[in-house]
Design a protein around this ligand. Structure first.
Ligand code: SF4
Ligand code: SF4
Ligand code: SF4
Length: 291
């Protein structure tokens, strides 16, 4: 059988996933935070015509796959792309490419620079061997377009609004903008119900009188989430972590996962097995309460 001679594990580590068709592989290419420049897109299109079937597949995690690459062409296909700075995507027991939305560089609702956060995380952790797989997502605001709650480590931009009462004229624009019913105008002054507020900042954007400002901008962190056969919602940690806290928690989470996990165990299962208290103690964090 020809299959017995194929080193599937080595191919997978380079991003080649065996197809149901014999001798065919889907070449997964790494895309960080969903952005690719035009030159790289053209090179990938050329590779799809030369080595694949003339099309690409965009995965649910913002990666590009070129299906129908023959085994004998695999090495040449990826080498050509690597020369242009395009590398194979991670598969198997590795840290996957970071998924991110456009954040505050493009989106009107963005509160943090998702692209920059994703770039830093990617440089530090992409492709690292882990007990199972580890997925990270960065989303720019509580609309959560890239679903950070479904990732092993999810990051979501947040902002805490502050009312400057002396500027408030009671116009209710903030009340209309808030989809959570968290801000009300009472006796001609805005008032925020912190139990209902999800830190989205829509009220700040709506106010024309400088009566609302960002008191603090940061990130809500989710850990231990996953999609798939046994979906699990990530546990919400700090509501407004600054960059230093964020990267400290991320690094400690990696250390904890590498040190404590059984082979083949996802981060969420590890947290369940050893208890959330142990995890929180390790990363020096308390569960999310208000913000
Ligand atoms: S999560 Fe927020 S910032 Fe990101 S794309 Fe969605 S609405 Fe825009
Ligand atoms: S939009 Fe601004 S000025 Fe108008 S009620 Fe809200 S806080 Fe006050
Ligand atoms: S930050 Fe968002 S949820 Fe909170 S009061 Fe403003 S609009 Fe409402």
């Amino acid at each position: 059988m020809a299959d017995k001679k194929i080193d599937f594990s080595s191919l997978k580590s380079k991003g080649f996933l065996p197809q149901r068709q014999e001798n065919m592989f889907s070449m997964r290419l790494k895309v960080v935070s969903g952005n690719l420049d035009a030159e790289k897109l053209r090179a990938i299109a050329d590779a799809a015509e030369k080595y694949g079937s003339g099309y690409v597949h965009i995965t649910s995690r913002q990666q590009i796959e070129v299906p129908f690459v023959k085994l004998e062409d695999a090495e040449a296909a990826i080498s050509e792309l690597e020369k242009l700075g395009i590398s194979g995507g991670a598969a198997g027991k590795r840290v996957r490419a970071v998924v991110a939305c456009q954040g505050d560089r493009v989106c009107r609702h963005g509160l943090v620079d998702c692209q920059e956060l994703a770039r830093i995380i990617d440089e530090k952790y992409f492709g690292e061997a882990v007990p199972k797989k580890l997925k990270i997502a960065v989303t720019g605001c509580p609309s959560a377009c890239v679903r950070p709650q479904d990732n092993d480590f999810g990051i979501m931009g947040t902002v805490r609004p502050q009312i400057l009462e002396e500027n408030c004229v009671g116009c209710k624009l903030c009340e209309k903008a808030c989809k959570m019913g968290a801000i009300k105008v009472l006796e001609n002054k805005a008032w925020i119900d912190t139990e209902k507020c999800i830190l989205c900042g829509a009220c700040i954007a709506a106010c024309r009188k400088d009566a609302l400002r960002a008191e603090k901008t940061g990130c809500t962190i989710f850990v231990g989430g996953r999609a798939g056969r046994q979906p699990r919602q990530g546990i919400k940690l700090l509501g407004l972590a600054d960059k230093e806290q964020l990267f400290s928690i991320l690094e400690k989470t990696f250390e904890y996962y590498r040190r404590e996990s059984l082979d083949g165990e996802r981060l969420g299962d590890l947290i369940d097995r050893l208890g959330i208290e142990k995890y929180l103690d390790t990363v020096g964090c308390v569960p999310h309460t208000g913000d």
